[in-house]
Ligand binder design. Structure first.
Ligand code: AP5
Ligand code: MG
Length: 192
């Protein structure tokens, strides 16, 4: 079972992925977290990408593509990945499809968390006081939201056409959303 979870900044991708990995024994692959780790460790890659992330723009498809291949090719994660924040554009969606094909895997469900910009602002404002993420300033969060809006439509269509898309109301409580997602995953597990 491989899962894609996507949605705007603050939609709850990380929160819900965390709950899903525990419940279904999967592994979370958050490209955002992997990139932040590179920045924190001051690696060459980290230095290269920090200004892009802190401006709320997308890192190159090639960089994130390399990061995800490391996971997909790893046998211990075989058919057990939840992709948190990947893909973010059509090139990435196609790349992921091809990569999974290469390793005899596929996506079983793509979850879209929908939330309004008002909710996003509120959540990110609150998280800022706890996590102090460099890209959690209001203007940058709005920029991240716009980046999302500018790129995501073809990704939505891509998964819709493959009959993999499930839209989840991200405005509900964390446990309500988690219950809904669990139900969707269990329904799929029942088919296989
Ligand atoms: P990334 O780290 O993925 O950031 P993001 O997409 O902006 O999303 P967030 O992590 O901010 O939000 P989330 O949806 O995980 O919400 P969370 O669960 O934390 O990416 C960062 C950057 O990396 C990108 O801008 C880009 O530069 C780069 N990048 C990453 N992937 C890339 C890719 N594929 N290609 C190119 N570049 C890439 O929740 C937010 C807060 O709300 C938390 O405090 C949480 O407790 C709270 N909360 C969650 N759910 C609820 C709820 N239901 N009710 C109330 N509060 C809630
Ligand atoms: Mg996140």
């Amino acid at each position: 079972m491989n899962i894609v979870i996507f949605g705007p900044p603050g939609a709850g991708k990380g929160t819900q992925s965390n709950l899903i990995v525990k419940k279904f024994n999967l592994h979370q692959l958050s490209t955002g977290e992997l990139l932040r780790k590179e920045i924190k460790n001051k690696t060459e890659l980290g230095n290269q990408i920090s200004s892009i992330i802190n401006a709320g723009n997308l890192v190159s498809d090639e960089i994130v593509g390399n990061l995800i291949e490391k996971y997909i090719s790893n046998k211990s994660f075989n058919d057990k990945i939840i992709f948190d924040g990947y893909p973010r554009n059509l090139i990435q969606a196609r790349y992921l499809d091809n990569l999974l094909n290469k390793y005899n895997q596929k996506i079983n469900i793509a979850l879209k968390l929908s939330v309004s910009l008002e909710t996003i602002k509120k959540r990110i404002f609150e998280r800022k006081t706890i996590e102090s993420r460099a890209d959690d300033h209001e203007e940058i969060a709005i920029r991240r939201y716009k980046t999302y809006e500018n790129n995501i439509k073809p990704v939505i269509d891509f998964y819709k056409q493959s009959n993999l898309l499930s839209v989840v109301n991200g405005e509900a409580t964390i446990s309500e959303i988690s219950n809904e997602i669990s139900g969707l995953i269990e329904a799929i597990k029942g088919w296989h």
